[in-house]
Design a protein around this ligand. Structure first.
Ligand SMILES: Nc1ncnc2c1ncn2[C@@H]1O[C@H](COP(=O)(O)OP(=O)(O)OP(=O)(O)O)[C@@H](O)[C@H]1O
Ligand code: SF4
Ligand SMILES: [Mg+2]
Length: 367
């Protein structure tokens, strides 16, 4: 289900820009990010390595590395701007109203405490319960994240758990403060494929059970297709396209979304060759002028090199591409993004209808 238009936002990121200290002054890492997370909805944030996904997640929680800071923007949780919140109040939100799971659970878990103690400690930090109650609740949570024999396992240390089980413990820690929002940054990347699938299923089940809003950060379009309702595709520090997963995957409007999709193994297209995306994502110090994707885009024209594209609202999708409303049949007949061709052809009526929505989405739109 895409809840894009149906429920009020739980968490909104508005115009978020992040910068790092550079040798020649501030270096912009992400720019003008708008995202919306709704209750019971999973928003996927997808893109190649270095596109700015983790920085966005860390900024939302106020835990950016020391040399990195928010340059502009808001992160609104129930109307409160977390960016403007004093650290003490933010600490109550972190692990409280917002839970988090990161890629490497072993680094996040303390090797010198039992997993039960670590879950119980988070419970006590955010809820008024006794030590004994916290311990019992910790065992319940370990059971909820499907750790077998949770009573015994609660007394064991992280090194006694497999990677997949550690990730489940991290999920229990993230849920210990009874969050409304869960931010999961590559929660399955370090796991083998079958364990990955089970972990994703668990996150999805818990989300439905607890009506959580989830931000799932991943580089894998396959994961997005599997568990997300909406998706934001990030490239070189900007959101290239955002909208319902069904729309973005079946009819990507941005050549980068199309290329990412076509580079992803898909059961339905078994036997077809995967399309590699030519070139590499540039570092923030070398972002090109105009559209940042233009050096890798087979649809690029001179205008793309000269001016940064506006954000267009097209149906339920917002797209940062100057050519998103065109019928690109001839231009793209023989290139790696030719799926866009088909979609553009099929959607040409809608495209022209929605042309007038230009720019509407820069701060609002498909959220
Ligand atoms: N501590 C830091 N100081 C300065 N720049 C950083 C720092 N950490 C990361 N960056 C840069 O910020 C940009 C965005 O990094 P980020 O970690 O958000 O990417 P990502 O999309 O999460 O990639 P990955 O898929 O590899 O996790 C990258 O260019 C990265 O080199
Ligand atoms: S603006 Fe031009 S270069 Fe950028 S994605 Fe669109 S077609 Fe490609
Ligand atoms: Mg990352």
């Amino acid at each position: 289900m895409s809840t894009t238009e149906q429920t009020a936002p739980l968490l909104e990121v508005r115009g978020l820009s992040i910068e790092a200290k550079g040798p020649d002054g501030p270096l912009v890492l992400t720019e003008g990010t708008d995202l919306t997370i709704r209750p019971g909805q999973t928003l996927g944030l997808v893109g190649e390595s270095g596109s700015g996904k983790s920085m966005t997640g860390l900024a939302m929680l106020g835990v950016l590395p020391p040399s990195v800071r928010v340059r502009a923007g808001q992160v609104l949780l129930g109307g409160t701007d977390l960016i403007a919140l004093p650290e003490k109040e933010l600490r109550a939100v972190r692990g409280g109203r917002i839970g988090m799971v990161f890629q490497e659970p072993r680094r996040s878990l303390d090797p010198s405490f039992t997993v039960g103690d670590q879950v119980a400690e988070t419970i006590r930090a955010h809820r008024e319960v006794s030590r004994k109650q916290a311990r019992n609740l910790a065992v319940e949570l370990l059971d909820r994240v499907r750790i077998p024999d949770p009573g015994t396992r609660a007394g064991q240390y992280p090194h006694q758990f497999s990677g997949g089980m550690c990730q489940r413990v991290m999920l229990a820690v993230a849920l210990a403060g009874e969050p409304e929002v869960l931010i999961a940054d590559e929660p399955t990347t370090a796991l083998d494929v079958t364990v990955q699938a089970a972990m994703l299923r668990l996150i999805k089940d818990l989300q439905e059970e607890l009506n959580l809003g989830v931000l799932l950060i991943t580089h894998d379009m396959g994961v997005v297709a599997e568990v997300c309702d909406d998706v934001a595709v990030m490239y070189a520090g900007q959101v290239a396209e955002v909208g319902p997963v069904r729309d973005v995957l079946s009819a990507p409007r941005h050549p980068y979304s199309a290329a990412l999709r076509d580079a992803t193994p898909d059961e339905c297209r078994r036997g077809e060759l995967l399309q590699a995306i030519p070139g590499q994502i540039p570092p923030p110090s070398a972002w090109p002028s105009g559209c940042r994707f233009h050096p890798r885009c087979s649809l690029a024209v001179d205008a793309c090199r000269e001016a940064a594209p506006d954000v267009l609202q097209l149906g339920r999708t917002r797209v940062r591409c100057a050519r998103a409303t065109e019928n690109l049949t001839e231009n793209s007949a023989n290139n790696s993004t030719n799926n866009l061709t088909e979609n553009s052809t099929n959607d040409s009526t809608e495209n022209s209808t929605n042309n007038s929505a230009k720019n509407e989405g820069a701060g609002h739109g498909a959220r």
